[in-house]
Design a protein around this ligand. Structure first.
Ligand code: N7H
Length: 513
């Protein structure tokens, strides 16, 4: 009797785990069994969207609202259009150990579950877990894809250009150094359990043909902080509007879809003649550590003198002048003296400004920093009317690491790594992320170089000069031409990589030929 109950127990455990243990490489029936055993791996859909609705951030259009757009919804991977609305995300960086086996599973197991833009837009098709995949230059080489993809910074990888980005190489994590990362799987959902199930499925499917190099866990911040990055500011508000793609919000930059999606109108690069890249996008990933208690201490120590305001309010004012928005997301250009939560939460108003103020006849927007300083992060990274033209990236990042603790606040010292898993999509990295970081954020003379205007200085949030002190002007409303010196960086680059996020058809086509 005891023997037979043990036997049934063993049998039950075997049956329950068997589908997970299917050896990679067997036929279609095994794939079907795995999919059936793992709901996250099937095309199972959900009743409510995984995306969080954060007041003040653009929402996704419906499929019907994109009919006038040329964005190919079944080709474009979903993460490119969802922005910063994902509650939980894992970045799974891998290398390819056996290209032939990897390719066969890419086509049979992964291609059917790559989440498309259409699935994220059509609530009835949204999967339990968003799964996207992108490849570095060495990853594409490993797959035998040697085409010139048209982006000239992509082939060498991010590490090769890190000094040019102003990074300190000693701060880079070993995993990102060199070109050993071949690809990244992006997994997003509303629970980590679903994501972990999906990771198990991927690892089972690829078996020994893939090696995990590094995994980064990220999540929206809890409660009222949802949608805010680690310094406390609402993030993901200003995204470019791809022509015809849903309703344009007031103040959004209107761009040709080809500035983000390869092969569409506005993509000026020369691509392989067979057009296999159309619908793809280049993904710039950065792991940006944020020193939150140190940043907060800096705000207190350098809070401008404003009569009648508490120290906390004055520190918040400095923070808003550094970022260009108050923590609620309200732009300082529209509300220069205090935060305005209703404005921050209103997506029809919170992006509707361009620094010019024609309603104030005496206001010289190219000389007056009483509202938004020229150096503010959002003005350096998108100068609006200051420049006329713009560079467009779709930001799709998410915070990572634990919440700041009271003990860290009390000691003004970071004791656990946290920050922003920064993701930007564009059709050309040298004209997107790299340009914004190098030519704008790190350039003390950008945006104004007129003799009447003092040197603008670095972007105080992300501008960097290899760890050297940085000067920033405009932060003190009482002395806008005065300089503030940042001895330390509060955002530290810990590494990153450039990837190509291929169109979905390539998973069964060009990538596996
Ligand atoms: Fe930035 N921050 O909290 O200060 N960013 N950013 N960013 N950023 C923006 O409009 C932040 C980084 C851009 O159109 C907001 O979504 C932090 C990199 C661009 O008006 C806030 C980090 C790059 C915009 C932050 C970081 C950019 C933008 C306002 C790193 C590109 C839109 C909310 C840890 C190289 C500008 C919003 C516009 C906005 C913060 C990184 C670019 C709050 C903490 C690396 C283009």
């Amino acid at each position: 009797m005891r023997v037979s109950s043990t036997f049934f127990c063993v049998l039950a455990v075997f049956l329950a785990s068997a589908p997970e243990q299917v050896v990679a490489g067997r036929g279609g029936r095994d794939i079907a069994r795995r999919a059936a055993a793992n709901p996250a791996a099937s095309k199972g859909t959900r009743k409510t969207s995984m995306l969080k609705n954060v007041a003040g951030l653009p929402t996704l259009p419906s499929v019907a609202q994109t009919t006038s757009s040329e964005v190919p919804l079944d080709e474009v991977q979903g993460d490119i259009v969802v922005g910063m609305l994902k509650p939980q995300q894992v970045f799974y960086f891998f290398s390819i150990a056996d290209a032939t086996t990897f390719k066969s599973h890419l086509a049979s197991d992964i291609a059917p579950i790559v989440t498309t833009a259409r699935q994220m837009l059509d609530r009835t098709k949204e999967p339990l877990v968003l799964l996207n995949m992108a490849f570095s230059a060495t990853g594409l080489q490993a797959l035998g894809v040697s085409d010139d993809l048209g982006d000239f910074v992509f082939p060498a990888g991010q590490f090769a250009g890190a000094v040019g980005l102003g990074d300190t190489l000693d701060n880079w994590k070993d995993e990102f150094k060199g070109t050993g990362i071949h690809g990244v799987v992006l997994l997003a959902s509303d629970t980590k359990d679903l994501i972990n199930e999906q990771i198990k499925f991927i690892e089972t499917a690829f078996g020994a043909s893939i090696r995990k190099v590094y995994e980064l866990d990220a999540a929206m911040r809890p409660g009222d902080l949802a949608g805010h990055e680690m310094f406390g500011f609402k993030d993901g508000i200003a995204q470019p509007w791809l022509k015809g793609f849903g309703m344009k919000l007031p103040g959004q930059t209107e761009v040709d879809p080809g500035s983000v999606v390869v092969g569409l109108d506005g993509d000026f690069n020369t691509r392989p003649s067979d057009g296999w890249m159309t619908g793809g996008s280049f993904l710039a990933f950065r792991q940006l550590e944020q020193h939150v208690p140190e940043f907060n201490k800096f705000l207190i120590d350098n809070a401008p003198a404003v009569e009648g305001k508490s120290l906390e309010d004055r520190a918040n004012l400095l923070g808003a002048r550094i970022v260009g928005r108050w923590k609620s997301g309200a732009p300082i250009d529209l509300s220069p003296e205090q935060d305005d939560r209703a404005l921050g939460a209103d997506k029809n108003r919170n992006n509707n400004f361009n620094y010019t103020h024609p309603e104030i006849p005496s206001f010289a927007f190219d000389a007056d920093q009483s509202r938004c300083p020229f150096s503010a992060h959002i003005r350096k990274t998108r100068p609006r009317a200051d420049l006329g033209s713009t560079i467009s990236i779709m930001r799709s990042g998410i915070p990572y690491g634990p919440e700041p603790t009271d003990a860290e606040a009390a000691s003004n010292t970071t004791s656990a790594e946290r920050g922003l898993a920064f993701v930007a999509y564009q059709s050309d990295i040298s004209q997107g992320f790299q340009f914004i970081q190098q030519a704008w954020a790190n350039n003390p003379n950008f945006v104004f170089t007129k003799p009447s205007v003092p040197e603008v200085g670095f972007d105080p949030v992300i501008g960097q000069a290899g760890g050297a002190p940085r000067n920033v002007t405009g932060l003190d409303p009482n002395a806008p031409n005065g300089k503030t010196t940042f001895l330390k960086e509060f955002v530290v680059a810990r590494g990153g990589e450039y990837f190509f996020s291929p169109p979905v058809s390539a998973f069964k086509g060009r990538l596996v030929q």
